[in-house]
Design a protein around this ligand. Sequence first.
Ligand code: BG6
Length: 495
Amino acid sequence: MNAEPCTYVIFGATGNLSRIKLMPALYHLDAGNYLPEGTRILAIGRRPWDQQKWLSEVRDMIQSKVKKDFDEKIFLRFSDRLDYHQGDIQQAACYTALTETLNQKNKFPKNMAFYLSISPSDFGTVMEFLSHNRLLDEEYGWRRVIIEKPFGYDLDSAQALQKRINNYLTEEQVYRIDHYLGKGMVQNVLVFRFSNVMLEPIWNRNYIDHIQITHSEEIGIDSRGDYYDNAGAMRDMLQSHLLQLLTLVAMEPPVSMEAEALRDEKVKVLKSIRPIPKEAVHGHSFRAQYAKGTVNGEKVNGYLQEPHVPANSTTETYAAMKLYIDNWRWRGIPFYLRTGKRMAKAQSTISICFRHPPLQFFRGTNVNCMTPNWVLLGIQPEECIRMEMTVKEPGLEMSTRVTSLDASFRNQDEKAIDAYEDLLLDVLKGDRSLFLRFDEVEHAWRVVDPILQTWAIERDYIATYPAGSWGPQDSRRLFDKESQSWRSSLLPECI
Ligand code: BG6
């Protein structure tokens, strides 16, 4: 698929996401000669900045991100593509001026991608204004809209938002982003599963005991208190990124890597997740909030002391849940998902625990058959695939140890690519396979809605965990068996 020149219009261009992800990603794409000739980037922001000020801001954004890799020559070329449009996105005048700017002769390519890096409550308004000014008409070029998560606040609001979107856009024009799908290792999960024939026969309920998906962060909520306190870990991470990871691990082989084929299979997984009845919410989910503690040797505040967080907030910064997928492949196998801020270590991992082999064969020896095999998929920061096996220890004794076979995704000299680079380029190419279709979002909300509804009512107590820990011990109650416990390490010894 070839990328055509386009105008990237970024709403919320002076915000956090644009600073730390979007502008650096576009710079990297330019540095790698991936941006088609003539591509322009028009930033929309409320601040009264002129072109010179915008360029110096972008320089700062990029320098602080790429540090010693900053290249003055590339930046000069990149800055030639940049423009700043000042306006209040709530006001019609912003769009009349924007339309005039975009219609300037021969300056802006007619293919346009509108990136909504703004509060979800503004999505509808922005689309309405864009449509009113005919900026979404595809008469002279394609028009695509990239929508950041969260897509809605729950099932009802997601459906209402979608209804509104349907007034202005066709599904082909909508790019619902989940940046996890742009991560190299996440895409590698599919390659690992579907291009290695030895795995498929054992990738099911007959051989797998359970699957864990963990995303832990050392950082707290920084200055995002306003947003985060209304979202919480379940909405912020689980409903979106972690359920997406689950679909990739659990899906059937798609007919092809075409967007629709892939998305069809992901939706089938989400549809097969056993609904959690209200009375089972406590058996299937756990929430907690970080209290003060120590992260990386540094004393940090508890959640309630963070800026913009109400003193009596019961918003969860840790969420865990147990799910079952009721289909032939997975029936009866628990999937445990957990995420938390201010945890002991920042990492994302998928850990697949296989069943124990039968014990009889090694009876009467020191052979430890009780250590199950694990397949560990390190998503970040370590991008790796490891298979743990039990092998004989050298020596005269018949005893064993665990060793792991390593199929690392990236060699040390190979550069990591940020997820946003991949996704921003896919928008230019019109490739929607790594973006969410509405039914995926809808079914993901169906999975978590019963939990969110129960938590919304039970607002007088929330468990806590010390910042810098692996979360509350009590979350162990989610496990089906004594032998199951959270796996936090990619190393064999420290299970
Ligand atoms: C975002 C969440 O979607 O993902 C953040 O809003 C979270 O709270 C972030 O920190 C994690 O993404 P990554 O790529 O840093 O793992």
